[in-house]
Structures are given as C-alpha cells and as structure tokens.
Design a binder for this molecule. Structure first.
Ligand SMILES: [Zn+2]
Length: 136
C-alpha cells in the first residue's frame, strides 16, 4: 500500500540516489543476509539449546533430540490426540501407554541403556522419571 503511493524514481535522473538500508547499515543494492536478519523473528537463546545444537553434534541426532524435547515425536499417545483410531499401548511392551517419556526414559530397554551411559559418564546411577529431569 505504501509503495504504491511513491512515484517510481528514474535511473536516468542524476539527483536520484539508490541504496538498500537495514538496521546494520546502508548497501549499494539489495542485501539478502542483512534483510533476513532484520525480518526474521528472534528470541532469546534457550538454556537447552547448547545441549542439542553444538559444534560436533550429528545433525540427525540433534534434530531428533530437538523434536523429542518439544514432545513432537509421532508416538501413539500423540497420534491418538490427532484422532487416529489406534491403541495407545506401547508397540514394544504393550504394558504402558506409548509416550515420549515411556519410550526414551522408562521403557525397560531404555532404562538399561541409560544405566550404561550414566555409568560410562561416571554419574550417579539413577533413572529419569521425566523429560525435565533428563534435560537438567
Ligand atoms: Zn513400552
């Protein structure tokens, strides 16, 4: 709406000067990087972010951890919440509801893996009751 009210300047007119201005500085022409930095929404750096996104992280694992952190894995518990007509039983043990916390923290095999990992790291051998305990 605003652009339509401005008369288009002529390149041939020597009094017209063109530049692209962002909060960083002025550019002689359009600058995508600086424009993107101005336009994209920014939020504060979350305290969990360095735990998932670090220099030597395997991208696939970092992405899965990030998805799991926001509880966006397609577990049966979530699929049911979307209206799918399926059972909520865990596909591995059929004894509990299949949720992120069950699959990754409380399932028997997961717990045994966590015990090995914690032992290897020299940390006290305990189980994670909830996802927040793992992240902390
Ligand atoms: Zn299970």
């Amino acid at each position: 709406m605003y652009f339509t009210t401005i008369e288009v300047p002529l390149h041939s007119d020597p009094e017209n000067e063109f530049f692209w201005s962002t909060s960083e500085r002025e550019f002689p022409s359009f600058n995508a990087q600086s424009t993107w930095n101005d336009l994209r929404p920014r939020d504060s750096i979350k305290n969990w972010a360095p735990k998932f996104w670090f220099k030597d992280a395997t991208p696939r694992h970092a992405f899965n951890m990030w998805i799991a952190h926001f509880d966006r894995l397609p577990t049966r518990q979530r699929l049911l919440s979307w209206g799918l007509h399926i059972t909520s039983e865990c596909c591995l043990c059929s004894a509990h509801e299949e949720s992120r916390d069950h699959l990754l923290l409380r399932y028997e095999y997961s717990e045994s893996v966590w015990h090995l990992v914690l032992a290897r790291l020299g940390m006290p051998n305990s189980t994670f009751v909830a996802w927040t305990a793992l992240i902390e």
